[in-house]
Design a protein around this ligand. Structure first.
Ligand code: E4P
Length: 212
């Protein structure tokens, strides 16, 4: 399973990149807005820190505008993945970009049918938002599982990118149901290391070795 960090915070990316488990980065307009900087500047910095897919989202809602933004974002670095909303225009843009071999991440997916049409449009990644589905009483992880089944039924190569991950249990469950990627905030990524028995066991080993 690949791990992406879901942030625009350069300090978080710098720190997490040292751990050796971060394969890529996702951003969205809300995360970029939190930085107080332009998307171009933030993405310029991120590509220097992580050698992997970096999702940058378009703000246009019409296909031509999306394609224009995609061209400008793609110029930043070959690792930039164009993030497009799951709309008619978004998927039409996705189709054109996929024909040009430009990588795409189709975002704001909340149903199996949406994931199916994104795969048909040639999306590189589909981002089902599990936390936001759970928030409204739906089954976010169930959606990942269903998309896995449908993609496997037809051999679609679109990667399932479990998004809107809120806690470590989401990561565990997404891995169990076969999500290709999980994107998560810095604090969730860090929480994956923790287990009280690891800390307790290490304390004991250090004591027994006379080091504590
Ligand atoms: C993913 O690409 C999105 O940026 C993100 O996971 C959304 O998460 P949220 O629902 O916590 O805002």
């Amino acid at each position: 399973m690949e791990f992406f960090i879901d942030t625009g915070d350069i300090e978080e990316i710098k720190e997490a990149s040292k751990w050796g488990i971060v394969d890529g980065v996702t951003t969205n307009p809300s995360l970029i807005a939190k930085t107080g900087r332009s998307q171009h500047d933030v993405i310029h910095d991120i590509v220097k820190l992580i050698d992997g897919p970096i999702s940058a989202e378009v703000l246009s809602t019409d296909k031509d505008g999306m394609l224009k933004e995609a061209a400008s974002l793609s110029e930043i670095h070959p690792n930039v993945v164009i993030k497009l909303p799951l709309t008619i225009d978004g998927l039409a843009a996705c189709k054109e970009l996929s024909e040009k071999k430009i990588k795409t991440n189709v975002t704001l997916c909340f149903s199996v049918n949406q994931a199916l049409i994104a795969a048909k449009a040639g999306a590189t990644y589909i981002s089902p938002f599990i936390g936001r589905l759970d928030d409204v009483g739906h089954d976010g992880m169930g959606l990942i599982e269903e998309i896995r089944t449908v993609y496997d039924n037809y051999g679609y190569q679109t990667k399932i990118l479990a998004a809107s991950i809120r806690h470590a249990t989401h990561v565990r469950d997404a891995a169990i149901v076969g999500s290709d990627v999980g994107t998560m905030p810095y604090k969730v990524l860090k929480s994956l290391y923790g287990h009280p028995l690891t800390e307790k066991g290490l304390d004991q080993f250090l004591k027994d070795a006379g080091l504590q």
